[in-house]
Design a protein around this ligand. Structure first.
Ligand SMILES: Cc1ncc(COP(=O)(O)O)c(C=O)c1O
Ligand SMILES: [Zn+2]
Length: 372
């Protein structure tokens, strides 16, 4: 495996503590040297009840550094909606109730393998709960910067894991700015795309989706988009499966859905821009999507365009009713972020952008525990 800058292509040696590209500051991508085509998946996947089943697709971390709370291996539930087959990738059963656990599992395990003992990140909520839980399990120090709008119950949950909490600003962007100012070098920054391995953990969602479909891709993937690690991770999984020859089908169309209250990715996609511009006065009740200046903006836009996908923003007042409708149909409690994705699905079906024969995977990123 090697690390490559997604923007300028500079190669970085993987076995050292580092964050972003030393030359241009953009995210680093893990590239694997896979064996030749045609190898049987059964030889490469291990029988393991967590995401470490896919260790052949992950950075190598020896057992003694791995932290696991039982993340991954989540169900793909099939429902019918408007004569379409919809596959709900149900991430609510992860240890802290969201898909964030996949990223933290791999990133914090790697951090331990690299000799790191303290990690820090800004978060809109779920990532901090997950980071604090994995840090506790892995005996790492944990410091999180949260916007001051964060519900008190989330702060208590994080403190309950022994993490230090700083409240700063009204969005994750401001919390991140405070962290950048105050953090000393003893803390390793595990913010979204400020290290290369959270996205590798998220990638296992794409591997699981393809495996559950009998090593096939869906036609469309719908993703509630904030920082974008899930969207990019799933796409990366599909690319790697294609390069191995395990799946030979056409790549799926990737869809980013955001709230009109904070839609920098949608705005950049629709205006043909290569990068996102910071979203002024971001506001959405879907806290995980309140990311006004995602570092992975350029990478997300590449994925959306390369996949012939799309991006759409839904009105903030559609979130609560969409959530009600989805919960009744799907029979599972979901968070506001998932309701944003569901509303996107409804609209794309109305516009026939999703055709009746399309098989759609929608990522149910988190449960309703932190629905404010
Ligand atoms: C439940 C939920 N869904 C979606 C997102 C957005 O995820 P990503 O950063 O991968 O775009 C978040 C991020 O906090 C989240 O908590
Ligand atoms: Zn670079």
């Amino acid at each position: 495996m090697t690390l490559t800058c997604i923007s300028c292509g500079k190669a970085h040696f993987p076995h050292e503590r580092q964050n972003v590209c030393r030359r241009c500051g953009q995210p680093l991508r893990a590239d694997y040297f896979f064996s030749p085509e045609g190898i049987d998946p059964d030889e490469h996947l291990i029988d393991h009840p967590t995401l470490w089943r896919y260790q052949a697709f992950l950075p190598s971390v020896s057992e003694k550094y791995r932290i696991s709370l039982g993340e991954g291996n989540t169900p793909l539930r099939e429902i019918e909606y408007k004569s379409r087959r919809i596959y709900l990738k149900d991430e609510t059963g992860n240890p802290t109730g969201s898909f964030k656990d996949r990223g933290m599992c791999v990133a914090l395990s790697m951090a331990r393998a690299l000799g790191i003992s303290r990690i820090a990140l800004p978060s809109a909520g779920n990532a901090a709960v997950s980071a604090a839980s994995y840090a506790l399990a892995g005996n790492l120090g944990c410091l999180v910067y949260l916007p001051d709008s964060i519900p008190g119950q989330i702060v208590d949950e994080i403190k309950g894991c022994g993490a230090e909490v700083v409240l700063a600003g009204s969005t994750i962007k401001e919390a991140a700015a405070a962290m950048a100012e105050q953090l000393d070098g003893s803390w390793f920054n595990v913010s979204t795309f400020k290290e290369p391995y959270r996205v590798e953990g998220k990638k296992t969602m794409g591997l699981e989706i393809a495996e559950a479909l009998g090593w096939e891709f869906p036609d469309v993937v719908i993703y509630p988009t904030g920082g974008g690690t899930g969207l990019i991770g799933i796409w990366k999984a599909f690319q790697e499966l294609r390069s191995l020859g395990w799946v030979r089908q056409k790549m799926p169309r990737m869809v980013a859905v955001q709230s009109e209250g904070c839609a920098p990715v949608v705005e950049a996609f629709l205006s043909g821009s290569a990068t996102t511009k910071p979203w002024p006065k971001p506001h959405t009740r879907a806290l995980g999507l309140n990311v006004p200046a995602p570092l992975g903006g350029e990478w997300m836009l590449n994925v959306l365009r390369e996949s012939n996908g799309t991006a759409l923003a839904i009105p903030e007042d559609h979130i609560a009713p969409a959530r009600e409708r989805m919960q009744v149909l799907a029979g599972m409690p979901v968070g506001a972020e998932v309701a944003v994705a569901w509303r996107g699905l409804e609209l794309l079906i109305e516009q026939n952008w999703i055709a009746p024969e399309d098989r759609v995977a929608l990522v149910v990123t988190g449960d309703d525990r932190r629905y404010a």
